[in-house]
Design a protein around this ligand. Structure first.
Ligand code: F6P
Length: 372
């Protein structure tokens, strides 16, 4: 193992720089050269590279974002090309990328990314490239690992936000809604909701009945609790209804961007209870800033282990955490799952309805907008 390529693909998330640091330190200690591609797969496609060294990867332990840049728009297997008549055709440019990696003399490519990026990684593996994946996303929705790096930081940010909403909700006797990210998985909402002491948590895995949400708020009111906190995952939807789509990003492999459910839920609650109800959308705060101590440790484990696997010649796998043990899972098992919005739930990693945390949340009286 002489030369490793690395890219940070998809949306950014706290811990990316720490993974790069873990890769770099391990590589340096083993005489391995590391080259980064800028802006994820875009850099691979365009040959935009950055040599990583001791200098440019030092001081990264607490830095959010990624020094390599990230993009969730480039799928090298289907690059949109506008035709003269205005129509778009999708061109597979992966062979060009394979040639580039061979010309550069790369012995391995480490892809730090989410479900879509890891699918491309799997496909480069099928084309003969030695690939290793590192599971990145605040959403924690990657199949094959119990935990992705970035998730804990996002939950921590959301929890801090709930703490702040709590004091103002109590001062004003209001219902305050916090809309959090997570695409079609409810992990961020569930964990931050429990950690922040939410009264109601709405997650994509449990379609909600607004009347049940109102019931919960009214019950609290009858006990003299004149405020309530509702955490809503951006992918939450009413029973029989659909997710709230904020926009369609045409040039992105995964085009749907969710958003808007928080305001909708706020309006409905205000209408039904007469209580002043306001929504806050936490948005990109969840992806920015310093990683938590937990994420720094996890990212270091993942980054360093990816290089260790490369040295052992163990390719086409993703580094993973299962039952608190560092392990690997075949990229094929990860990429075979379509986690896109609307995919069958059997193909997704979401909150299990029998999970300990969900059951506990119910036991302590948190409402989920359903009958239970
Ligand atoms: O997957 C991470 C994530 O932050 C989701 O939680 C969110 O739905 C999406 O990315 C937002 O994507 P974009 O950065 O394109 O708005």
């Amino acid at each position: 193992m002489k030369k490793i390529g690395v890219l940070t693909a998809g949306g950014d998330c706290p811990g990316l720089n720490v993974v790069l640091r873990g890769i770099m330190k391990t590589a340096l200690n083993n005489g391995i050269e590391v080259v980064g591609f800028r802006d994820g797969y875009k850099g691979l496609l365009e040959g935009d590279v950055m040599n990583l060294n001791r200098e440019n990867t030092s001081g990264l332990i607490h830095r959010g974002g990624t020094i390599l840049g990230a993009s969730n728009k480039t799928n090298t297997f289907a690059i949109p090309e506008k035709q003269e008549d205005g129509s778009i055709i999708y061109v597979d440019k992966s062979d060009e990328c394979v040639e580039r990696m061979k010309d550069m003399g790369l012995d391995c490519l480490i892809v730090i990314g989410g479900d879509g990026s890891l699918k491309s990684a799997r496909d480069y593996g099928l084309k003969g490239i030695n690939v290793i994946g590192v599971p990145k996303t605040i959403d924690n929705d990657i199949v094959g690992t119990d935990i992705t790096f970035g998730f804990n930081s996002a939950v921590t940010t959301a929890t801090e936000a709930i703490d702040k909403l709590h004091t103002t909700a109590a001062s004003h006797d209001r219902v305050l809604i916090l809309e959090v990210m997570g695409r079609d998985s409810g992990f961020i909402a569930l964990e931050s909701g429990v950690a922040g002491g939410a009264d109601v948590i709405l997650i994509p895995e449990i379609p909600y009945d607004i009347e049940k949400v109102v019931e919960k708020i009214n019950t609290r009111r009858s006990r003299g609790r004149n405020f309530s906190i509702v955490v809503v995952a951006e992918g939450a939807k009413p029973i029989g209804g659909d997710v709230f789509v904020k926009k369609i990003v045409a040039d992105s492999p995964d085009q749907i961007r969710l958003g808007g459910v928080g305001n909708q839920v706020a309006e409905e609650i205000e209408k039904r209870t007469g209580m002043e109800t306001r929504a806050t959308v936490l948005g990109y705060m969840q992806r920015g800033g310093s990683p938590t101590a937990y994420d720094r440790v996890l990212s270091t484990l993942y980054g360093s282990t990816a290089v260790e696997l490369a040295m052992q010649g163990k390719f086409n796998v993703m580094v993973a955490m299962k039952d608190n043990k560092l392990t690997t899972v075949d990229l094929d098992e990860v990429a075979g799952k379509d986690t896109a919005i609307g995919a069958p739930s059997s193909n997704r990693k979401g909150v299990a309805l029998d999970s300990d945390l969900l059951q506990t949340a119910r036991r302590i009286g948190i409402g989920f907008g359903d009958d239970q």
